[in-house]
Design a protein around this ligand. Sequence first.
Ligand SMILES: [Zn+2]
Length: 213
Amino acid sequence: MSLRIPIETSARHVHICEEDFKILFGENAALHYVHELSQPGQYLCQERVTIVGPRGRFENVAILGPYRKETQIELSMTDTRKIGVPGIIRQSGYTEGTPGCRLIGPNGTIEIDKGVIVAKRHIHMTPLEASRAHVKDNDEVFVITESYERGLIFADVVVRVSPKFKLAMHVDTDEANAFGSEDAPTGAILKLFDGQTYSLQQWADEIQSGINR
Ligand SMILES: [Zn+2]
């Protein structure tokens, strides 16, 4: 069966480790809860930071709690251009080889040498939903969006499976704008190649050399 997957847009935000937070906000500071996000346990915080790159800055950037082991900044590709850092697409937590930036808080400043990523688009789902959709953790799938006069098929969408997750696809602001996202957009996994994971790059190369599957 196919799942109707809510598509949620992540604006630029920061996940922060406790040590970095204390430098930016003070030794006695704490994260202040504003509201819950779609994934259980994740929440928006009151605290905001400034992100500075070689060519620009963003002020008032949201921090998402709880603390992470490592500080990570998630930007759209457009955002990375504006502040002048390379846009490196990564799954959350895989920050090796990514650019750093400066973070400024009310109490201090830090330079991080890595951690700025453009989040790879992904779907959160439970094991039950994964088995219904015939996918498993770390599969890459195609997702066809509900059309707002500019519908899209997204390729290279990573499936993340955990009993702690709630069904949602996460895209950034560039990706949401690309399909003309409106209120509460949805998508469905598109079964191409008999439902097998297939490299979009290989498919594109094949079509351009006249091979049609
Ligand atoms: Zn997510």
